[in-house]
Structures are given as structure tokens and as C-alpha cells.
Design a protein around this ligand. Structure first.
Ligand SMILES: [Zn+2]
Length: 168
């Protein structure tokens, strides 16, 4: 997956320096923590994402935005089921691991599968945090902190707008 992209990039660099610079600008400066390749990676252009998502979903998922706390659809949502990625439909979290962190965003102590969530070091706003993204579409979900409850001690703090819900 990476090789063709690198090839394409060097191609651009060789022929159109300007375009290559544009390409670099849009690439996140954040450093991946885990770089597991996802075989069915959903690679859409910004234009395609903008068509596919509602404006607020696009702002959060594709532009690393954050919904206002205590406003999200799933902050206080306790039905049994599966939370999926709003961008690509990948199963991300189950209601079994959801807890009330009181922070204003839906929180989970664990993801369904480690391979489905990509963790990326995020140094924006003068803080060092670990951003979580959907591994399949690279959509921004939220951040993970180590002040969650047992059995993992982790708190996945996720934007409702990045999620869909499938009732059990
Ligand atoms: Zn996704």
C-alpha cells in the first residue's frame, strides 16, 4: 500500500514540484504510533469525503475537529449494540465497554479489536495526546487517555459524530 504512494509522490516531485508541495501540506504532521496496514483501506479524496459526510461529520472525521462536549448523540446513550465508524462502517466499540466518564463525550475502556483502531501521537494545542483514528478509513475518532476504569485503565474519548450505532 505504502510503496505505490511513495512512488506516486516521487513522480510528482520529479515533474511538478508545486503539486508535490500541496500534497505534503495536506498530509498530517502527526506520527503514527502503530502502523498496522489495513488490507481493505478505504482511500477517498477530500472531495469524495465531503460528498459522503454531513458537514459536521466531515469537520470532525476528516479535519480532526471536536464536537462540543455534552452535545453528542451518544454521550448519554446506553442501548446494547455496536458503535461503528461513521466514515466507513467498521465495527469499533461495543456498548459492553462504554462507561460514563462525565467528560461530555462517549467513552469506552476498550475497542473491539486493536487492529481496527490506529493510534497517532498528537502534539497539537501544546499538548501531547494520543489520537485515535479508524484504521480502515483514517477518520479521526477522538483521543485515548490512561485514566479509564479497569480492566484496561484506558479511556477512549470519542466524538459521537464519528460514530454510528447498530442496535443489538
Ligand atoms: Zn472508518
Amino acid at each position: 500500500m505504502i510503496k505505490p504512494i511513495l512512488l506516486a509522490l516521487s513522480f510528482l516531485l520529479a515533474f511538478t514540484a508545486c503539486q508535490a508541495q500541496e500534497k505534503n501540506k495536506s498530509t498530517s504532521k502527526n506520527t503514527p504510533v502503530n502502523t498496522t496496514e489495513t488490507p481493505n483501506f478505504l482511500n477517498l479524496s477530500d472531495e469524495e469525503w465531503a460528498k459522503r459526510l454531513k458537514p459536521e461529520e466531515y469537520r470532525v472525521l476528516r479535519q480532526h475537529g471536536t464536537e462540543r462536549p455534552y452535545t453528542g448523540e451518544y454521550d448519554q446513550h446506553w442501548e446494547a449494540g455496536t458503535y461503528v465508524c461513521k466514515g466507513c462502517g467498521a465495527d469499533l466499540f461495543t456498548s459492553n465497554t462504554k462507561f460514563d466518564a462525565g467528560c461530555g463525550w462517549p467513552s469506552f475502556y476498550e475497542g473491539i479489536d486493536k487492529s481496527k483502531i490506529k493510534e497517532v501521537l498528537d502534539k497539537s494545542f501544546g499538548m501531547t495526546r494520543v489520537e485515535v483514528r479508524c484504521a480502515r478509513c483514517d477518520g479521526h475518532l477522538g483521543h485515548v487517555f490512561n485514566d479509564g476504569p479497569q480492566p484496561t485503565g484506558m479511556r477512549y474519548c470519542i466524538n459521537s459524530v464519528s460514530l454510528g450505532f447498530v442496535k443489538k
